[in-house]
Design a protein around this ligand. Structure first.
Ligand SMILES: [Zn+2]
Length: 694
């Protein structure tokens, strides 16, 4: 996986993988906020703007926009236009008739003269939104084709009463309907975007537009000819083309100006050139020129040259991804979908992690573990975080929350890779989850106080816990000189995650974080404490099938910590288990005593690690981290199901709008649209570059 996708959008569930997660601007501590009142910071800003089918649509903010210079804004604007002009490519790559269907939907939405209030029309609108959301007629995640919830006859009637003249291409309206309706309504026609069925031809079984008239065996044989085990710098053969069989001969139609998708690529290049005029430095201009050369020629040598120049730029403030990059949608994993992301460095998150890691020794010296197990010289790590300003192609509207590129293994080995997390998207996921009328937080928190704590401080303490976990926790402590580093065997990763989590939990309640200006007051940590216990004992169980045990190491770690503290604090009633209206809740009665328990457990797990005490480690994980109370699990699953939450989330892009004065651009303003359908109709008008069939 080169991308980290957001799995579970609720308080304290975000660190599903051991990825580095940040967010920012969610507290009152940043001076820019008062100095630069920004519409993006309005307290009534709504993150969740639409829900339909199994999807929810959110907005993300661009924090700090007003602190940028005019030139930086111009650069980001041009890169954003270069991103949006690639929109048609992803529709066409996903399926050769996606543009035909999309343009039909657009024509109906814009020109249909009949009743738009009736239930059927509303159902049609839902279908249209699903097509926009998935960049085509197949589910963006599940791969299967979804059908409109209206009768075919009704859809035909919509076409009859709309202006589809632009789409007929010499056909009569009747012939047009005969062609397009089965594509939309016949569930056996083009059923899967990417087929991955064992033992069948997944190239002919997939609807993706990467192969034409070619079988899986033919495609595999074609690309096998380029494989050379002695080549230590192999090109990404086949990455940017469609493989076509005509007159019994195989050939590649390369994505380039003058070739396949040429019209879209010309527009992208036009805006990349404009962007170059506003670039920050010659490094950016250099790799952008290489990208332009690559789009002009389709030459994969140039693609590698571009990636090397790009990955070696670690100093620029603004960055972007624009290209045929990820190969998940191709059943053979050869051909890449087009995507784009425009971003800049998250200064606030970087400031925070720098502050934490520069104090690493203080944290180590003051931790509650035995001095023999402490590092004498401790160095924290700082992490990289970005803010996105425009998403496009395969990253829109469903983006990753982290990016790790380039993909070519030999470039990664010789030149490194860029690994970043996207803080403003993570923040939007968190905030939107709390806006939902049915939230996991509301369902599982016992009191309104807990809900309020989490709403006030939860985003900040959640990322801060992750910062402490990543920047300090994993790097803290040392083994005794005689200890075998592999002594904990199959329990090592769970205990390691627990150790890092406990290090963070212990320090979240420390005055030091307030003194450093990272936490605003001595109440904030309670949000993370209550969220952590709730998640460890209940909400994370929603991801486990009834009857199964906890197996994933991060989940075991959280279960272990919460369960151990619950049981060890029983006599003092540190964490209470209460029941109300037949529902179970866990409530923290004494936060300071809970902190002491976290410290005790940290000391013990550090001892287990430092001494390599396998038996104690095993007992710890098996007793507290694995088994689930069946009745409680059943209850949790039922309560979660009743919330009816949308499993998939996507975004609207903010619009970056030039502000002109006497014919000159004097500023770029950020607007935050709220209408998903409207944004896609506008994009369809403005950024349409390709014909119906390509
Ligand atoms: Zn970790």
């Amino acid at each position: 996986m080169r991308k980290n996708y957001f799995c579970c959008a609720d308080c304290n569930n975000s660190a599903v993988f051991c990825v580095i997660i940040f967010s920012q601007y969610n507290n009152s501590m940043t001076p820019e906020q008062t100095a630069n009142p920004n519409p993006a910071q309005e307290p009534d800003f709504k993150y969740l703007v639409d829900e339909f089918a199994d999807l929810k649509v959110m907005r993300y903010r661009i924090p700090g926009w007003d602190t940028l210079t005019l030139r930086q804004k111009e650069y980001l604007y041009c890169l954003g236009e270069a991103a949006k002009y690639g929109r048609d490519i992803i529709f066409d790559q996903n399926f050769k008739y996606n543009l035909l269907v999309r343009k039909t939907l657009e024509a109906i939405l814009k020109t249909y003269s009949g009743d738009r209030q009736c239930a059927d029309f509303q159902d049609f609108v839902v279908y249209a939104k699903r097509v926009f959301f998935s960049n085509g007629i197949h589910h963006h995640y599940g791969e299967g084709k979804f059908l409109p919830d209206v009768p075919k006859e009704y859809f035909a009637n919509l076409i009859d009463n709309s202006d589809v003249s632009q789409l007929l291409d010499g056909k009569s309206v009747a012939e047009f309907k005969e062609f397009v309706l089965p594509i939309i309504f016949d569930k056996d026609l083009y059923p899967m975007r990417r087929s991955s069925e064992q033992g069948s031809d997944n190239v002919t079984g997939s609807s993706v537009n990467f192969y034409q008239g070619v079988s899986q065996a033919e495609a595999e044989a074609y690309y096998a000819q380029f494989y050379n085990p002695d080549d230590d710098k192999p090109l990404s053969y086949g990455l940017n083309s469609r493989l076509v069989k005509a007159d019994g001969k195989l050939s590649e139609e390369v994505y380039r100006i003058g070739g396949m998708y040429g019209n879209a690529l010309s527009k992208i290049v036009f805006w990349l050139r404009k962007a170059n005029a506003a670039a920050e430095n010659s490094t950016q201009r250099h790799y952008t020129d290489l990208l332009i050369k690559y789009y002009s020629t389709g030459d994969l040598h140039v693609w590698d040259e571009y990636n090397i120049a790009w990955v070696e730029d670690n100093t620029s403030f603004i960055d972007f991804v624009n290209g045929f990059i990820e190969t998940y949608t191709d059943p053979l994993g050869i051909k890449a979908t087009w995507e784009a992301v425009v971003d800049y460095k998250d200064r606030e998150a970087t400031r925070r992690t720098n502050l934490i890691s520069s104090n690493a020794q203080w944290f180590e010296d003051h931790s509650p573990v035995d001095p023999r197990f402490k590092k004498k010289e401790c160095k924290g790590v700082s992490a990289k975080a970005i803010i996105v300003t425009t998403l496009a192609g395969d990253c829109f509207p469903t983006p990753p929350i982290g990016i790790n590129l380039p993909n070519a293994d030999w470039i990664r080995k010789e030149h490194g890779s860029k690994s970043v997390t996207i803080t403003n998207l993570i923040d939007a996921y968190n905030k939107a989850a709390k806006e939902s009328p049915n939230s996991v937080l509301k369902e599982f928190a016992y009191t309104q106080d807990e809900v309020d704590l989490c709403k006030t401080y939860g985003d900040l303490t959640d990322v801060l816990h992750t910062d402490l976990h990543e920047c300090l926790g994993h790097g803290s402590g040392q083994l005794l000189p005689t200890t075998n580093p592999n002594a904990l065997k199959e329990y090592a990763s769970t205990l390691e995650e627990a150790r890092a989590d406990l290090f963070g939990l212990y320090y979240l309640a420390d005055q030091k974080l307030i003194d450093l200006g990272i936490l605003p007051d001595d109440q904030a940590f309670k949000a993370e404490y209550s969220g952590f216990i709730r998640n460890g004992l209940m909400t994370q169980l929603t991801r486990i099938e009834l009857g199964d045990k906890v197996t994933e190491s991060h989940m075991q770690d959280r279960k272990l910590i919460a369960q151990w503290c619950f049981e060890q604090g029983r006599t003092d009633n540190v964490i209470g288990r209460v029941s109300k209206d037949g529902k179970t809740y866990f409530v923290i009665n004494d936060y300071q005593k809970l902190r002491t328990l976290f410290g005790r457990l940290l000391a013990e797990i550090q001892r287990i690690k430092s001494e390599g005490d396998y038996a104690a480690g095993k007992a710890m994980v098996e007793t507290y981290g694995v088994k689930i109370d069946l009745d409680l699990h059943k209850e949790v699953l039922e309560r979660y199901k009743a919330l009816n939450l949308k499993p998939y989330g996507g975004f609207l892009n903010p619009e970056i709008v030039p502000v002109e004065q006497s014919g000159k651009v004097v500023d770029y303003r950020v607007e935050y649209p709220t209408d998903f359908l409207q944004q896609h109709l506008l994009y369809g008008e403005k950024y349409s570059t390709l014909g119906i069939e390509n």
